[in-house]
Design a protein around this ligand. Structure first.
Ligand code: PBG
Length: 330
């Protein structure tokens, strides 16, 4: 080619950092980060999770230190997961008004009134069998579980949750939760639905952290088959119909095609959850000296937003907030 004919040169807008940042297509903000956090029964506990180095289980009296760090870093939203002292067949700890999440909510609201508190609504941390609902034989009974999920969501809101996020994957749970919240006067409390949640091995470290691995079988009769794309859309659209306010896709990294698809199809905000297995892989490879963790964290986040994520749930929230402040990403 004659050099004079080369008028289109993509490299022209990559020449300096200032220019690259000017033409950047994906911009991120700390306000869109949510930090997942584990609270457990007991006192004086700050216990590192072995498969998630750098992440801890806190007793209610110790979680304040972490919440303070988050606020200082500019991360103003947390998602709480509870680890009860005792589990039973019907997961009664999930909807106990003095349950672990309910107590953590009251304490956090008192000490950090400006923090936005979201709760994971599910049964699996509270059931002795580790499934996300009540059993009928070996089958998780959908409609009986709805009642308990709704009760759980209501008890969270009454204890101070600003938003609830059901992660159980029962059919109809958004409608059931919306109904009970509205009936009790909580018409303004939003629901973030884990609408498009795949049955994923990426949740492995989380199940260690929460002691919530199923005692038998797997979660494939309620979480989605990871070969499916259209089914993800179906789940997203159903939850929009049922009154969800935010739709989540989970996990994030291996499911960015689905994030894009959902973001194009709906008008609600889209969240993606970079789950425990994604975190653990980065930490493990970094420990081996095989990757540059800070750069990988930035790249993973940017790709999630680029795919259509509006809200990013990540165990790296504090680090990302710092990288955004430093202008390394965003
Ligand atoms: C509860 C729940 C899980 C996660 C979030 N909520 C575990 C599961 O479905 O087995 C996973 C989060 C993570 O891996 O970081 N149902």
């Amino acid at each position: 080619m004659n050099i004079m004919e080369l008028v289109k040169r993509p490299r022209r807008i990559r020449g300096s950092e200032t220019l690259r940042r000017m033409v950047r297509e994906t911009r991120m903000d700390k306000a869109s980060l949510i930090y997942p956090m584990f609270v457990m029964e007991g006192n004086d506990i700050r216990e590192e999770i072995p498969s998630m180095e750098g992440q801890y289980r806190y007793s209610v009296d110790c979680m304040g230190e972490e919440l303070e760090q988050l606020v200082k870093a500019g991360v103003n939203s947390v998602m709480l997961f509870g680890i009860p002292a005792v589990k039973d067949e019907v997961g009664s700890g999930a909807y106990d008004e003095n349950g672990i999440v309910q107590r953590a909510l009251r304490e956090a609201k008192k000490s950090f009134p400006d923090l936005y508190l979201i709760t994971d609504v599910c049964m699996c941390e509270y059931t002795s069998h580790g499934h996300c609902g009540v059993l009928c034989g070996h089958y998780v009974d959908n409609d009986k579980t709805l009642e308990l999920l709704a009760k759980t969501a209501l008890s969270h809101v009454e204890a101070g949750a600003d938003m609830v996020a059901p992660s159980d994957m029962m059919d109809g749970r958004i409608a059931a939760i919306r109904h009970i919240l509205d009936e009790n006067g909580h018409v303004e409390t939003p629901i973030m639905s884990y609408a498009v949640k795949y049955a994923s091995a990426f949740y492995g470290p989380f199940r260690d952290a929460a002691g919530s691995a199923p005692a038998f079988g797997d979660r494939k009769s309620y979480q989605m088959d990871f070969h499916n794309r259209r089914e993800g859309l179906k789940e997203a659209l159903l939850d929009v119909e049922e009154g969800a306010d935010i739709i989540m896709v989970k996990p994030a990294m291996s499911y960015l095609d689905v994030v894009r698809e959902v973001a194009d199809a709906i008008t609600l905000p889209v969240a993606s959850y970079s789950v425990s297995g994604e975190y653990a892989m980065v930490k493990a490879a970094a420990k081996m000296g095989w990757i540059d963790a800070e750069k990988i964290i930035c790249e993973m986040a940017a790709s999630a937003y680029r795919a259509g994520t509006d809200i990013y749930i990540t165990y790296f929230a504090k680090e990302l907030a710092r990288f955004m402040d430093e202008g390394r990403i965003g």
